[in-house]
Design a protein around this ligand. Sequence first.
Ligand SMILES: Nc1nc2c(ncn2[C@@H]2O[C@H](COP(=O)(O)OP(=O)(O)O)[C@@H](O)[C@H]2O)c(=O)[nH]1
Ligand SMILES: [Mg+2]
Length: 360
Amino acid sequence: MKVGIIGVASSGKSTLFQLLTGASAPAPGGRPEARLGVARVPDPRVDALAVMYQPKKTTPATVEYVDVPGVVKGEGSALVDLPALRGVDALVHVVRAFESDSVAHPDGSVDPVRDAKMLELELILADLGTAERRLERLEGNIKKANRADDVAERAVFLKLKAALEAERPLREVVPGLSDEERKRLRSYSFLSEKPLILVVNMGEDEVRDAAGVLERRGLASFAAAPGRALVPVSAPIEAEMAQLSSDDARAFREDLHLEEPGLDRVIRASYALLGLISFLTAGEDECRAWTIRKGTKAQPAAGAIHSDIERGFIRAEVVAFDDLMAAGSLAACRERGTLRLEGKEYVVRDGDVINFRFNV
Ligand SMILES: Nc1nc2c(ncn2[C@@H]2O[C@H](COP(=O)(O)OP(=O)(O)O)[C@@H](O)[C@H]2O)c(=O)[nH]1
Ligand SMILES: [Mg+2]
């Protein structure tokens, strides 16, 4: 899974990107470029398996993040580097809510809902451009040769255009289309259709009352729309926490009434919004979490590991993580009957520990 990080200049995008992925700060000077980094998905189940199996290697699931540099407005260019976003599955919008005398907001004042709406509009206008260009092509084609396919596609794009002109993001529109209509859009990557996680970067003294701040700033109601999620963080606090031992970090969080690190919540929100789950594999060589979409069947799930395992799929030996922990070993699960043999139609569940039997 790949997530693009967007936001106005100095909202804390690069700071958060570095904290999420462990990347170092870019060298100063030079043209800012989109940067790619990998974050580990926190998952206590993988750690528990590692205690049980003592493997040579423990590998968490990962999420890729792209730090997309903001572009200064008023140069006739978009607010964000839009081409860098075409290949991502979801967007994180870092919304600035922190006040600072030393770090100026490019618009002169801190107003998170204004910024959230402005960025959303930017995505909508980019999609409107895509829709208009496509409609122009289709009109030309239809004049030349009146093909039914082109006429049908034009009808879908006219719907999109009307919605976008009314400033509605496509994530609110596309789910209401028929399967037939959605099929015609499959080769497009619309920015306002992508799930949006608003990461609200607030002041250090505000995180104790994060829910209150989100309410007062009007962000809670903005984020209530479908396909949007809200995660409050404070970049300096996350940075401080990243320096601490895990015990000290826990004490620090308790002091601030935070249940888990803000960065973990960003990753978790990405998973939830995209409908992703993890299944697990365990053995003496490696204990590992793998990412799939909710609803994936056993055979394509095997493909997350290797295409050979998917192709040569015979059966899956499956046990729920909790059952494995309760029994203490796979052998004990076999005796208790909690280790099941499943076929290719089995729908994999979050936390299934799976051993695929295959033949190549
Ligand atoms: N006071 C304060 N400063 C921050 C916070 N987050 C980022 N900054 C500072 O704001 C500046 C811009 O941050 P950066 O992550 O580079 O923003 P970007 O332009 O969105 O990539 C840096 O000097 C950061 O140290 C925050 O939550 N509070
Ligand atoms: Mg930056």
